[in-house]
Design a protein around this ligand. Structure first.
Ligand code: C5P
Length: 408
């Protein structure tokens, strides 16, 4: 259990703070909500008190003996301000202490995550951008806002990311610190495949696999949080799109292949985390295959699917990093890492993320542990953590390997 301060400033997205609060308390955290007076125009203190089980005050004059403006910040493990309005960002950047939330920000020693939400014009205004740069320079995480529908008919960057995305990213910061969501992928274009392909036998049946897409989703979410422009080529994944990420849905290996080739052409990083079927039925029946009650079923001839990762490696543009995934088990011949080294050499990619799937681990699970092998011989172990924490560890390996020439 961690102590989280949830700061809420006065924007209409404040209603989503109640859902975020719920996500935090359900994960077992002790949450103290500190709204600005403006936030209480949108959501009442009673809602935050009932959901957090803690008192809610906005000013430094209540509970004076408790010295709340000092104690709340000092004792927090994490401060998340969601939504962070243009005004809140400005006051935080200026170091003001004119309400309990800004006073708390000045006394917090722990990581601080700002989640901006405002109208596009306010977000893009140089004053706001300068304030964001100041806060980042001081070590705070400022998430990029999601793009989409804003209050009223407008749309553009300025939406609050969904509470589930914020909660997953907050958890990464709690585990690994604020530096893990540095803005180090700004200006980078990242293409990630996720999920598992389905190869149809007939209009009803397919050959598929157990990939849930969760690790690819986490990679996309963390890359977006670190400033990248992210495209997620998603094979049969039902999860909601991570914030700020463009999802290209595909079904078969062939569809995934065309989408990856199209999207990878101008990418800085290509990640193949999808489980691609190695074989597909040689032909797809036009009508549902009928049961033959008289005897054994027909055998299904299979043909090999192209190795998309190997193709992407051959088409890689200068400076582009290609990352493959490998689900491996050890056997009598060699251990997991030896098999993985051989695969890295065979595929020719720059990095290979290795999952040890002995005993049915990983698929569909919330947590994961991997090793990242590099073609230059380096290897990094990323210990058991949520898939978002593992994703952050993978980006920590990728980011310093990107060519500085294209760094934003
Ligand atoms: O050879 P193996 O299937 O273990 O390799 C896994 C890696 O290769 C993953 O990155 C997967 O996305 C990719 N792959 C591919 N095309 C295939 C099979 C796997 O790109 N037909």
């Amino acid at each position: 259990m961690s102590r989280i301060v949830l700061g809420v400033s006065g924007g209409v997205a404040a209603y989503k703070a109640a859902l975020l609060l719920r996500a935090f308390t359900e994960a077992g955290h002790d949450v103290r909500v500190v709204p600005t007076p403006g936030a209480l125009h949108f959501v009442g203190a009673a809602t935050f008190e009932a959901l957090s089980g803690n008192p809610v005050t906005t000013d430094v004059w209540s509970d004076v003996p408790e010295v709340a403006h000092v104690r709340i910040g000092q004792t927090a493990d994490l401060v998340v301000v969601a939504p962070a309005t243009a005004d809140l960002l400005a006051r935080a950047a200026a170091g003001r202490a004119d309400d309990l939330l800004t006073a708390t920000l000045l006394t917090a020693h722990c990581p601080v995550v700002f989640v901006p939400a405002m109208h596009t014009e306010m977000w893009l205004h140089p004053a706001t951008q300068d304030n964001v740069a100041t806060l980042r320079r001081r070590g705070a995480v400022v998430l990029p806002p999601a793009v989409g529908r804003l209050t009223g008919p407008d749309s553009g960057p300025g939406r609050l990311p969904e509470p589930a995305d914020i909660a997953a990213l907050a958890d990464v910061v709690l585990t690994s610190g604020a530096a893990v969501l540095a803005h180090d992928l700004a200006g980078r274009r990242v293409v990630i495949s996720a999920g598992g392909t389905r190869e149809p036998l007939d209009p009803v049946r397919y050959l598929g696999n157990r990939s849930s897409g969760k690790q690819g989703w986490a990679l996309a979410r963390v890359a977006a949080a670190r400033g990248a422009e992210v495209v997620l080529v998603a094979a049969n994944v039902e999860l909601p799109a991570p914030f700020g990420v463009r999802v290209v849905p595909v079904g078969t290996a062939e569809e995934l292949r065309s989408a990856m080739h199209a999207e990878a052409a101008d990418a800085d990083v290509v990640v193949m985390s999808a489980a691609v079927a190695d074989f597909r039925p040689a032909s797809v029946a036009g009508a549902k295959m009928k049961k033959d009650s008289a005897g054994e079923p027909d055998s299904v001839p299979l043909v090999r699917n192209p190795d998309i990762l190997a193709e992407l490696v051959t088409k890689r543009r200068p400076g582009q990093l290609v990352v493959g995934f490998a689900a491996e088990t050890g056997d009598d011949d060699a251990d997991v890492l030896t098999h993985a080294r051989a695969k890295l050499a065979r595929k020719g990619c720059d990095l290979l993320v290795v999952n040890d799937v002995s005993g049915g681990q990983v698929f569909g699970r919330a947590d994961n542990a991997v090793a990242v092998l590099a073609a230059d011989g380096a290897s990094t172990e990323i210990g058991l953590g949520t898939k978002d924490t593992v994703a952050a560890g993978i980006w920590d390996v990728v980011a310093p390997r990107l060519e500085p020439a294209t760094q934003a």
